[in-house]
Design a protein around this ligand. Structure first.
Ligand code: ZN
Length: 150
């Protein structure tokens, strides 16, 4: 199952994370995980994708990005420091992936014991597992289940 965000794991990204930062990060992560699960073709509750999209649209107003236009380069930079800036960078990275046509390649591993997020590098975006080991485990599990059923 997807691991939860906690103060310790968020501290690696952000010094001095507050409980409300952890709660916001958990919600942001949960919404993004729903979309990654949709990319992987996982079964989701009805309305889960719409709710995740609505949540991300709503929180994006709290984590704005500002265009910095220069002669040689342009970039979107977070309007805030701290947790809000970090969350803005995450949403900016997602948007950048989408602009590059690669957002659908961000997925969650379909191995029941893994569910790690991964970037699908297959030619036709058909990857379902984060690694050959997970693919093997899932294949073996499916084989055993078929044998039990027979
Ligand atoms: Zn995996």
């Amino acid at each position: 199952m997807l691991s939860f965000v906690n103060a310790e794991s968020l501290d690696g990204w952000l010094d001095g994370a507050t409980p409300s930062d952890v709660a916001a990060a958990t919600e942001l992560r949960a919404s993004l995980a729903v979309l990654l699960r949709a990319h992987s073709g996982c079964a989701l509750d009805a309305g889960a994708v719409g709710a995740a999209e609505a949540h991300l649209r709503q929180v994006a107003t709290r984590y704005p990005l500002i265009p910095v236009v220069g002669a040689d380069a342009c970039a979107l930079v977070p309007a805030h420091d701290g947790a809000f800036g970090l969350f803005a960078r995450v949403l900016g990275a997602v948007t950048d992936l989408a602009y590059r046509g690669a957002w659908a390649r961000a997925k969650v591993c379909k191995n029941d014991t893994c569910h790690t997020g991964f970037f699908d590098k297959t030619r036709n975006t058909s990857g379902l597992y984060c690694s050959p080991a997970c693919s093997s485990q899932a294949s073996m599990r499916a084989y055993r289940n078929r044998r039990k059923a027979a």
